[in-house]
Design a protein. Structure first.
Length: 711
């Protein structure tokens, strides 16, 4: 729908709904009244959805549309264990405070309508009351069962849900004290009444192996089993490429090709070829599994993949977007077998500039399945045994390193931010208990693959932007300046500065900062805090650029086995290659992609949060095995209730003010403790020795004490 027509239709709908004779209608009734033909209903729904997002109209619980109350705002409620909460309204800076008596029956995560009752001022937030719960986020929840004689309670794992759930004795499924359970809510409670529910699943005792992670899987509604209709479709998919599937594809099976992944990876969705031509330019091929050949649009498999949105990687399991027969089989670029791919073949000069490119449907055959470790041993360690084992490939790896360095330097010049800080690698024993936590470092091989994937993603995004076809982009907004201000206060403690010009900061400033902190003790912590100060990247249909990478065009093309947006754009790319992007198909994608962008951004957030919760849980479990030990850490955060301290293994704990007996003065970046004889100052970034005092898996918190205070 063209922009002018779209805006005109919005005005027509608004005028229709503002008429004094209008009464709230469902979509079907509105279509009938306005004489909208069935084929145009989706367009009307799109217009109505946009008006809702602009807060001009509302939809009630029965699906009826009405003009929005100008005094009401819509947002997401964030609860607190003490009963009060906050509501975040999209587009409004600062959350609204909601006191316990004004929360209605809202629970953490619910979408609510609020009415403002006071303005912010004197350090206080704006205050609001919740007038209606629009959408429930908690049809089920996970918690620990506590049994009484004729009833029981479920204490929610989520600390932001303030009330326990009452369970009648007839709905306990025989649960006993200490069982981890899933409870379906049948009532959401009121001011002085607890929510009510019925137990629908017993996960096991709270201390049973694996129950802790299973609880998080259930809490985030991560689907473990695939529906029967999906598995039936998968069963009919061949296990090897069929003769007729080679037609219309560029045959590059004779190109020297490798995959490079972690040792444990089984879903190999990208392969690399590289050589130099007669001009001395690099011919780099990034070959991505053609998943869309097997996952047809609108099929049960496609609907389930969209519902999942992404694969979720937890410490002891993977919850895949696609069934294993696809992700580890016909869609995985396994060595020694023919595979269908979608390839981005780029010509790079010696400055890392992409001179031209070709996007093609291909058939490939991978020569070797390489690991990051083996490639590092070849390029960095010059391990003779490993170099002998892969001697026919060593020149190609050396060419890869050269080309990747050119791409990385080009990204550095334009200001792209390279977050090279250690992520956590949590080691579990056979019972699933955390026995070690250590930084997971990137090496030369992981950086090479990152550089090549970035190049392919940028190239694809720019190509399709200029073709002006509907597309999905990966966008990243300029950081919020209030967050940047807080970051600059923190950085001053280390003697670092960020240059802010005309109220904005350029990504190159972050790049300079990361260059200065490289190989310093504070590198990991500052890198993480810089990352936290950034806005979150998301999927959009409008190309607004990627701040962190300092590029105008970016998309996700390289992981269709584990990310739905990549799978979706593969379909568009292939239809364009085949000349099948008719006006009808373009209109189809214009309608479809906004929903795909929103849904996949949401499922990505869900996956990230679940992965963080599991990591946090396992770190607490690990720390619980080291109570009483003394370690050196760095002050990573200061609040008015205590100091956060991060250890070299990335585990974090808090020194609480209640455990500091002396009088203290607090500001944004330091504490001053006034003792009987002296005053001591603690600042952000300061090293200090702590004792691990407590680790609570329920609240997922670790408490430290100052080592000097420990007898």
């Amino acid at each position: 729908m063209h922009t002018e027509i779209y805006e005109a239709r919005k005005e027509i709908i608004l005028e229709f709904m503002k008429d004094s004779n209008y009464h709230p209608m469902k979509l079907k009734e509105m279509c009938s009244t306005l004489g909208v033909p069935r084929r145009e209903r989706d367009e009307l729904k799109l217009v109505l959805d946009q008006l809702i997002s602009e807060r001009k109209i509302d939809i009630d619980a029965k699906g009826r549309y009405k003009i929005a109350d100008p005094e009401l705002l819509k947002g997401i409620f964030s609860g607190n264990t003490k009963g009060f909460g906050f509501v975040h309204v999209e587009g409004i800076e600062g959350d609204f405070y909601v006191s316990e008596e004004n929360t209605l029956d809202a629970l953490h995560g619910d979408e609510v309508a609020i009415k403002k009752i006071s303005e912010e001022g004197d350090g206080r937030r704006s205050e609001a009351i919740i007038v209606k719960v629009l959408n429930r986020a908690n049809e089920t929840m996970v918690g620990i069962f506590q049994k009484s004689k004729n009833y029981g309670f479920v204490v929610p794992d989520n600390q932001k849900i303030a009330k326990d759930v009452f369970v009648d004795k007839n709905h306990t499924m025989g649960a006993v004290n200490g069982h981890k359970v899933v409870v379906r809510l049948t009532g959401f409670g009121k001011k002085n009444k607890n929510p009510e529910g019925e137990i629908i699943e017993i996960l096991g005792h709270v201390n049973d192996p694996g129950v802790d992670i299973l609880s998080i899987v259930r809490a985030y509604h991560l689907p473990e089993q695939f529906p029967e209709e999906v598995m039936e479709q998968v069963a009919a998919i061949p296990e090897q490429v069929l003769p007729e599937e080679y037609d219309g594809r560029k045959d590059i099976r004779n190109w020297q090709t490798v995959t490079i992944d972690g040792e444990e990876a089984k879903d190999l969705d990208d392969a690399i070829t590289i050589r130099k031509n007669s001009d001395g330019h690099y011919i780099l091929g990034v070959h991505i599994a053609d998943v869309s050949h097997y996952v047809k649009e609108g099929s049960p498999l496609d609907r389930e993949a969209l519902k999942r949105g992404t694969s979720v990687y937890l410490t002891d399991r993977v919850i895949p977007m696609l069934p294993h027969k696809l992700s580890n089989g016909i869609c995985s670029l396994n060595a020694g077998v023919d595979r269908l791919a979608l390839s981005c073949i780029m010509e790079l000069d010696d400055k890392g500039n992409i001179l031209n490119h070709e996007i093609a449907k291909t058939v490939i055959n991978v020569d070797r399945r390489m690991t990051y470790t083996a490639v590092k041993q070849i390029l960095e360690d010059k391990n003779e045994a490993v170099m002998r084992e892969y001697q026919e490939l060593v020149p190609m790896f050396e060419t890869m390193a050269e080309a990747a360095e050119k791409l990385r330097e080009k990204r550095r010049v334009r200001g792209g931010i390279d977050f090279d800080f250690p992520e956590s690698k949590i080691i579990l024993d056979k019972r699933g208990r955390a026995v070690d936590v250590k930084p997971y470092d990137r090496n030369s091989a992981t950086k090479i693959i990152e550089d090549f994937m970035l190049a392919a993603n940028e190239t694809i995004a720019e190509d399709f932007y200029w073709q002006e076809v509907p597309f999905l982009y990966r966008t990243h907004e300029t950081p919020d300046m209030e967050r940047i201000r807080k970051l600059t206060v923190f950085l001053k403690n280390f003697g670092y500065y960020l240059k802010i010009k005309s109220g904005e900061v350029h990504p190159k400033e972050f790049q300079k900062l990361l260059g200065k902190i490289e190989d310093t003790p504070e590198e990991a912590m500052i890198s993480r805090l810089v990352l936290r100060s950034m806005m979150r990247a998301k999927y959009t249909t409008e190309n607004t650029g990627h701040f962190g990478l300092a590029v105008k065009f970016y998309t996700h093309f390289t992981s269709p086995i584990r990310r739905y947006p990549d799978l979706q754009i593969h379909r568009i790319i292939k239809e364009q290659i085949d000349g099948r992007l008719s006006e009808r198909r373009l209109e189809h994608y214009r309608k479809l992609l906004p929903t795909v962008a929103t849904d996949t951004s949401t499922t990505e957030r869900r996956a990230d949060e679940a992965e963080r919760e599991v990591d946090k849980l396992k770190k607490v479990e690990y720390m619980s095995r080291h109570l009483g030990e003394i370690h050196e850490g760095v002050i990573s955060g200061i609040t008015n209730w205590g100091m956060y301290v991060e250890l070299p293994n990335t585990c974090e704990g808090m020194i609480r003010l209640q455990d500091l007996d002396d009088y203290y003065i607090f500001d944004e970046n330091k504490y001053e403790l006034q003792g009987e004889m002296s005053r001591q100052t603690f600042r952000l970034g300061q090293k200090l020795k702590i004792c691990i005092a407590n680790a609570d898996k329920v609240t997922r918190t670790v408490d430290f004490l100052l080592a000097d205070d420990v007898q």
